[in-house]
Design a protein around this ligand. Structure first.
Ligand code: ZN
Length: 348
């Protein structure tokens, strides 16, 4: 998902984005700190190089060339500037050494992000769960988590605005927020409201996340909040029923209220969640995969095992995309309520 603000890349004579205002004030603060340290006797000579680089970056702001690659004069990637406001070249024009360093950083970030996902063998009591997490690049802005609590199984699936490193940082922030709040045993709606406020206070204008947060109990009761996310699909013996979003995305307004909805899963019913990497995928004629297609596919597969459901969905998405490159992060999550007699048989 693209953030409209993140799209406003730096070009001479253009409007100043919220990110640029933020970066500029960060640079000014760094300059003050560096100057203060350089005045002390213990100052390291390399700090002078940093000060020179920070001064030069601030000069580029004054000249209207901040965020412009010095080789090709195209915009430098916005998420890289947020991560390091001193960068002067776009990804295509890094030196070999810089490219290697970036590749190492990104593969480390990707490994860290993988470790933040639920374990592939996660087997909560009463549920059969499977997920598929496929970033468009090295790292993803999609968020997927499962957590067993005393009050049921918490499931979260969302999509942070933007892509790449900046989005992946917000994703890990969101995960940490929900994990800490889950420990606090708050009422379900209150937990989402608190998470929204924390997220709101720590993001820039234009950064937000669409998200479904739910709690499923072994008796089949599911309560959930959808913060501007794509419809959840309830898979049952008669097909697939979408449950629409009724809340605004997380991080948009600090004091948002999020209506909590409830429904019941019969034994063998499942919940299917997905991100727009699936529904907004396009084929060679520009046609979108769309909600209807996923709903129809899932209705036919509503009694399949989560593994089969996910692999069939991915096969369909690949065949629809006609070999085009994946442009957005893709995440799928299925949670099926186990059938009691099967559970009993397994226990014998
Ligand atoms: Zn360039």
């Amino acid at each position: 998902m693209d953030s409209s603000v993140a799209k406003q890349q730096a070009t001479a004579g253009r409007t100043v984005t919220a990110e640029e205002t933020y970066i500029r004030s960060e640079l000014e603060q760094r300059r003050e700190r560096l100057r203060a340290v350089l005045h002390s006797s213990a100052a390291d000579a390399t700090l002078l190089n940093f000060l020179t680089a920070v001064d030069a970056a601030l000069r580029r702001f004054d000249q209207g060339t901040f965020g412009i690659c010095e080789t090709c004069h195209e915009s430098i990637e916005a998420d890289r500037l947020l991560g390091d406001p001193l960068v002067r070249f776009c990804l295509d024009h890094l030196t070999i050494a810089e490219q290697r360093a970036l590749e190492t950083d990104l593969s480390l970030a990707a490994r860290i992000q993988r470790a933040l996902l639920p374990k592939p063998d996660f087997a909560p009591a009463g549920w059969d769960v499977r997920f598929h997490y496929q970033p468009a690049g090295m790292v993803s802005g999609d968020y997927c988590d499962l957590l067993e609590t005393d009050n049921g199984l918490l499931f979260m699936l969302g999509d942070v605005s933007g892509k790449g490193v900046a989005a992946s940082m917000l994703m890990s922030h969101l995960r940490a927020t929900f994990r800490s709040l889950a420990e606090a045993s708050l009422p379900f709606g209150r937990m989402v409201e608190d998470a929204n406020r924390i997220f709101c206070e720590s993001t820039l204008a234009g950064q937000f996340a669409t998200l479904i947060v739910g709690r499923a109990k072994t008796d089949g009761t599911v309560e959930f909040v959808s913060a501007g996310h794509l419809p959840l699909l309830h898979l049952h013996s008669d097909g697939a029923t979408p449950k629409e979003s009724t809340g605004v995305p997380l991080g948009m307004f600090c004091n948002s209220r999020f209506p909590v909805h409830q429904f019941t899963l019969a034994q063998g019913d499942a919940v299917f969640l997905y991100t727009d990497g699936l529904t907004e995928a396009r084929n060679r004629t520009g046609q979108e995969y769309g909600l209807d297609r996923i709903r129809t596919r899932m209705a036919c597969l509503s009694r399949s095992a989560p593994d089969a459901l996910i692999s069939t969905c991915i096969e369909d998405w690949i065949s629809f995309s006609e070999g085009l490159k994946q442009t957005d992060d893709l995440t799928l999550l299925v949670m099926r309520r186990k059938e009691q007699d099967r559970q009993d048989r397994l226990l014998l």
